[in-house]
Design a protein around this ligand. Structure first.
Ligand code: HEM
Length: 85
């Protein structure tokens, strides 16, 4: 994931100390949990800093502005990350 590499290089320290290893998503996260989290972070974990993008502030220009397609695409991306990607 090159974008993530760019972001982590701008932040101090070793990312293993503060950032989750997204490569472990497929082992550690349930697809349904990822969907629920993206749909309503506060519903899953009240008080979280993760902003809610649905139903009011998701990008209109990605996947035809279809919230369900966007949620599925992010879930599929995370659940299919492998080392060779
Ligand atoms: C386009 C997708 C996403 C965007 C733009 C996004 C954005 C953010 C932002 C801005 C924060 C707040 C960071 C802070 O102020 O500390 C955050 C927190 C977080 N996000 Fe996301 N996120 C996305 C997807 C996800 C997904 C798919 C997951 C889980 C699989 C996730 C899990 C988390 C967690 C666990 C936190 C920390 C919450 C806390 O400290 O209470 N995010 N996210």
């Amino acid at each position: 994931m090159p974008e993530m590499a760019v972001v982590t290089r701008r932040l101090p320290g070793d990312p293993s100390g503060w950032a989750p290893d997204l490569m472990l998503s497929r082992q550690r996260l349930k697809p349904s949990w990822v969907e629920n989290w993206l749909r309503d972070p506060q519903g899953v974990q009240p008080g979280t800093k993760m902003p809610a993008y649905y139903p009011d502030s998701y990008p209109p220009d990605i996947l035809g502005g279809d919230p369900e397609k966007q949620i599925q695409a992010m879930k599929d991306f995370l659940m299919n990350l492998r080392k060779e990607d």
